[in-house]
Design a protein around this ligand. Sequence first.
Ligand SMILES: C[S@@+](CC[C@H](N)C(=O)[O-])C[C@H]1O[C@@H](n2cnc3c(N)ncnc32)[C@H](O)[C@@H]1O
Length: 216
Amino acid sequence: MTKYDRSAHLKEVHNTYQKVDEAINRLIRANENINFNSVSSEAGVSKATIYNNKDIRERIETLRKQQAQVPTAKQAKREMNENNKDALLREHRLNALQDCAKDMKKFNERYIPVTLPSLPFKNAKFDILLSAHFLFMYSDRLDYQFHIETLNELLRVTKEEVRIFSLDDLEGKRYEHLDKIISYLNHHGYTVEEVKVPYEFQINAKSMLKIIKHTK
Ligand SMILES: C[S@@+](CC[C@H](N)C(=O)[O-])C[C@H]1O[C@@H](n2cnc3c(N)ncnc32)[C@H](O)[C@@H]1O
């Protein structure tokens, strides 16, 4: 029977601690994942040894949990971009509101209050008509019937083309009945295009509807 050598045993335990400690430090510095596999292979210590040592096992589990909560560099960059973008768009919207208020004071006669779905203008009065941030944006309170009636009215007062921006509701989702609206317009002889634009006022709302009239 081999004699138990306490001093050799303590030395071995100490070596394991040291190897594991150095391996964990290297993995942290290299921004690598800490888990039983990675520590075992980095330290050259078997998984069984690591797992059977309560202190080491708990240390690895704690580090593994901490790492899971820290966003990766890619996630952090994406979140930062989204936050910056949101702040920039907020500022852009505020500037637009101030410009609009100034313009309304200066050229008040150019602004004609109306209540859709009807307009006080004669047929084909305008060459092109733009509708921004109104029609599909409020799809939570304006229904499909209102959209159809409004589009027909906008098309009535326009000679060539109606453009609707954007195609998203207030939650940033594509208007749920858009395909049905496009089919309706096609069926009534209009050419409809969904066009991506470089302009953004609300996050990710970057498409407009181009409705072309075919006047003979
Ligand atoms: C978000 S604002 C957009 C204003 C402008 N088109 C722009 O892009 O800055 C929506 C506007 O729609 C107007 N509005 C709401 N219901 C309307 C209706 N039935 N007919 C006409 N305008 C309406 C509101 O008063 C508000 O001024």
